[in-house]
Ligand binder design. Structure first.
Ligand SMILES: [Zn+2]
Length: 103
């Protein structure tokens, strides 16, 4: 469900632009297990590519991360490709700010 639309989304805490309401996915590691939560109501800043949750969503995700996910409510399972950077040789020069922005 999208966040309540009667109120306009708050401005982006980072850049001050208007955000839009959206449903997003998030992935959370708990120990060695990865959990995916979808249909997460959020506010998204298209400029910063940041997403923000309301306090209730944040609290629910925090609780699941800390206490464990409610496995009786699993919607489906997906196969996740896993890659490795083992053997990667670190750069020998400092990384510039511009390069850090790329992700
Ligand atoms: Zn922003």
């Amino acid at each position: 469900m999208l966040p309540e639309t009667n109120l306009p989304p708050p401005p982006c805490p980072r850049c001050g632009r208007d955000m839009r309401a959206a449903e997003v996915k998030t992935a959370i590691w708990r120990g060695e297990r990865l959990f995916v939560v979808e249909d997460v109501p959020a506010f998204v800043c298209d400029l910063c590519v940041e997403q923000f949750y309301d306090p209730g969503v944040t609290e629910m995700l925090r609780k699941w991360t800390q206490d464990g996910f409610p496995m009786a409510d699993v919607q489906r399972e997906i196969l996740v490709p896993v890659f490795s950077l083992a053997g990667y040789e670190p750069m020998t020069r400092p990384i510039t700010t511009e390069e850090q922005e790329i992700y």
